[in-house]
Design a protein around this ligand. Structure first.
Ligand code: IPE
Ligand code: IPE
Ligand code: MG
Length: 260
């Protein structure tokens, strides 16, 4: 069925304020997850070093966070560094591990003002101390905020997250905290790094790649996917709004039936 309101909103889309208000009249995703991809290609197109793309991508993080917070979304998970990204040249890895410090060093006051709570998920062990320090400082300083949860996936890999969850379940079973009968999907979810977050409603991946790259395999079971060719540093507020509008036009059945 054609949604008249949506057609009208398309016409109004030149005015971002109207567009945001329109979107807020319908349910927005509670949790948006983004695979921020294409920084290297963005730089290559401009004959710049890959680092320039990562640096530019940081500005997109700021814009997107602000907009998502304005939309009233509860959580935004950003894939910043995967457990596989260690395979990249050391100079690039070192640069990527400095970005959280630079990002938070510049934008933490703004995040505090916007009532954003910074969190991170990933294996902390391999993350350099200076990176962890910056992230944990931001987490502490925003711990009391109850607005958007800005969750950075840093040294995150879904398979390793699931394995760690299984190991902890076995540990708790051995020590008698758990029995086999306690095991359920709900309980398993509580052994993952997203235990306190709802599953993402919307997954966005930029840069034209159509894959998950080891991201939130358990949590994305019923998530709506939205892929775009736009490279992450070029991703705009309008692109984000387009993704949310596309989400709002979808019919989520979760395996059931609907009259729509
Ligand atoms: C995404 O951009 C950022 C990270 C993976 C850290 P890429 O660096 O993967 O950029 P492309 O895919 O090479 O263009
Ligand atoms: C996924 O992007 C990881 C992040 C965005 C942090 P990659 O660029 O590493 O993924 P592949 O290698 O193309 O699958
Ligand atoms: Mg990539």
């Amino acid at each position: 069925m054609i949604n008249k309101k949506k057609l009208w909103s398309k016409k109004e889309s030149h005015n971002p304020k109207n567009r945001i208000e329109e979107i807020k009249q319908e349910p927005v995703p509670k949790h948006i997850a983004i695979i921020m991809d294409g920084n290297g290609r963005w730089a290559k197109k401009r004959a710049l070093p890959r680092m320039a793309g990562h640096h530019e991508g940081m500005k997109t993080v700021r814009k997107v966070t602000r907009l998502v917070s304005n939309l009233g979304v509860q959580a935004l998970t950003l894939y910043a560094f995967s457990t596989e990204n260690w395979k990249r040249p050391k100079v690039e890895v070192d640069f990527l591990m400095k970005l959280p410090e630079e990002f938070l060093g510049t934008f933490l006051p703004e995040l505090i003002e916007e009532n954003v709570r910074v969190e991170m998920m990933g294996d902390r062990e391999q993350i350099p101390a200076h990176t962890l320090y910056a992230v944990e400082k931001a987490m502490k300083e925003t711990a009391g905020n109850d607005g958007l949860v800005l969750n950075f996936a840093l040294n995150y890999g879904s398979r390793s997250e699931i394995m760690a969850g299984v190991k902890n379940i076995i540990r708790d079973a051995k020590s008698g905290i758990l029995s086999e009968d306690d095991l359920s999907e709900e309980l398993f979810s509580r052994y993952l790094m997203t235990r306190h977050l709802p599953d993402p409603d919307l997954l966005i991946r930029t840069s034209g790649e159509i894959r998950l790259s080891n991201f939130m395999l358990w949590q994305l079971a019923y998530t709506e996917f939205w892929f775009t060719d736009v490279l992450w540093p070029d991703f705009t507020e309008a692109d984000l709004l387009e993704a949310v509008e596309a989400f709002q036009r979808r019919t989520r059945r979760f395996g059931g039936l609907t009259d729509k």
